[in-house]
Design a protein around this ligand. Structure first.
Ligand code: PLP
Length: 421
């Protein structure tokens, strides 16, 4: 049985759960900081390198503050995300606005904040101009279509709704140059949760080639290349993570051969990753409520897919540790479920685990990205709290759990009395 590491013991976790009732997500600050530094160090050869953390992965101001301290920017794609960035104190080019199907007021907000606008489509140029004006710096999202193989979550680039074609990009930059834009960037993101290191090197090559051609044909100078997010994490214990140093070295070589050699340097390399930065360092902690034996064996938790949707949505694997039972044999196949009236509400199916009993603390791993954030309120289930395990071992609540009052806040029970049926 291959395990996964935890930043707390069973005794420590029981103490935390005494103060903060399960279920909750808990994030490991020390590991997140170390990981953020690892990425920055890997790319330290590139002056101006920056990762814009995709805030949708964990839209929590405390985590954002930590990452900003590590030199990260923020990648937003909605009004709430822009306002969150603003509330944390981020401004200007610390914010990348990579949206699609964008409402006018979001462009306006992004412009007001001085964010880098990353346009998803050529048709957004007149829309942006009409509602928010033309910025001094512009970026376009490229969709390489058949040039690139897709993967499970995003799908084939040709089938993906994001970005513009090669021909459209030439036209789009030309229009923007004509409109007086002087500063340019380019972006692509074609994969999600990809574990093949070469994939990102190949993506860089596609973009570098395109930069060479665009720069030459249009006589514009690129300031940055945004390689997007999508770097995967090893959800399964036997998987290996993307080697950030190998990836960086591969990209560095291409940078020398294509960007430097063509006199196009310096170009800053940006990413907008979420998962690879925080994903492995978040944990959903839950307790077994019931053990049920019918045609199968079920362990029913006090968490459900409203707290973590990935297994139900993508059939995603999330490793499970039953606290204090790691040394026992893992030979009992369990379906680990939540309480929704929805049969997909399962964290694992036929997972071999040690014998469980009600009250056992269960940790679901790798929930530090697209975990709590994807939550919802079906069946009136409430969103859980989020906790931060500080570097000094203290635990801090960085989001309280929802209450029934929060959940009913948009309903008007007062009007019922006057409501004629
Ligand atoms: C979701 C998303 C990201 C982050 O993806 P990760 O898999 O968390 O790295 C970055 N950029 C855009 C445009 C996205 O939609």
């Amino acid at each position: 049985m291959i395990g996964k590491k935890l930043p707390f013991t069973k005794e420590q976790l029981e103490k935390i759960a005494e103060e903060y009732p399960t279920p909750f997500h808990i994030y490991d600050e020390k590991a997140i900081r170390a990981n953020a530094r690892k990425l920055n160090t890997a790319f330290s050869w590139n002056k101006g390198f920056k990762d814009y953390y995709a805030i949708k992965a964990v839209p929590n101001p405390y985590l954002m503050k930590i990452l900003r301290e590590e030199g990260f920017g923020i990648d937003c794609s909605s009004m709430a995300e822009l306002e969150l960035a603003e509330k944390v104190g981020l401004r200007g080019e610390e914010i990348m606005f990579t949206s699609n199907d964008t409402p006018a007021e979001e462009f306006k907000k992004a412009m007001d904040l001085g964010a880098i606008i990353n346009l998803d489509d050529i048709s957004h140029i007149p829309f942006l101009e009409k509602h928010a004006g033309i910025p001094e710096l512009i970026c376009f999202r490229y969709n390489p279509g058949p040039l690139k193989e897709g993967n499970m979550i995003i799908g084939q680039p040709e089938e993906a709704k994001y970005g513009g074609t090669r021909e459209q990009l030439f036209e789009a930059y030309k229009i923007m140059r004509y409109k007086g834009v002087k500063r340019f960037g380019i972006h692509t993101m074609v994969a999600s949760n990809e574990l093949d290191t070469n994939y990102f090197i190949e993506t860089a090559e596609i973009l570098f080639d395109l930069i060479v051609e665009l720069s030459e044909k249009l006589n514009i100078r690129f300031e940055f290349v945004n390689l997007g997010g999508g770097i995967g994490i090893p959800y399964r214990p036997e998987q290996t993570p993307v080697d950030l140093n190998v990836m960086s070295e591969g990209i560095r070589k291409l940078y020398n051969d294509l960007i430097e050699a063509n006199g196009l340097a310096p170009i800053k390399i940006y990413f907008e990753t979420g998962r690879v930065i925080t994903g492995p360092y978040g944990y959903l902690v839950s307790r077994v409520l019931h053990i049920k034996n019918t045609y199968k064996k079920y362990a029913g938790l006090d968490a459900s897919m409203v707290n973590l949707m990935r297994p139900a949505l993508y059939g995603a694997y999330h490793h499970i540790t039953v606290m204090g039972k790691g040394h026992l044999s893992h030979q009992t196949p369990y379906d680990v479920t939540g309480s929704l009236c929805e049969n997909n509400d399962k964290f694992a199916i036929n997972r071999l685990l040690p014998e469980m009993e009600p009250g056992d603390l269960v940790v679901i791993h790798d929930t530090g990205a697209h975990g709590h954030a994807m939550g919802f309120n079906y069946n009136g289930k409430l969103r859980s709290s989020e906790l931060l395990l500080r570097e000094n071992g203290e635990v801090m609540q960085i989001r309280r759990a929802e209450t029934i009052e929060d959940h009913f806040a948009t309903l008007d029970f007062g009007g019922l009395a006057k409501f004629e049926v």
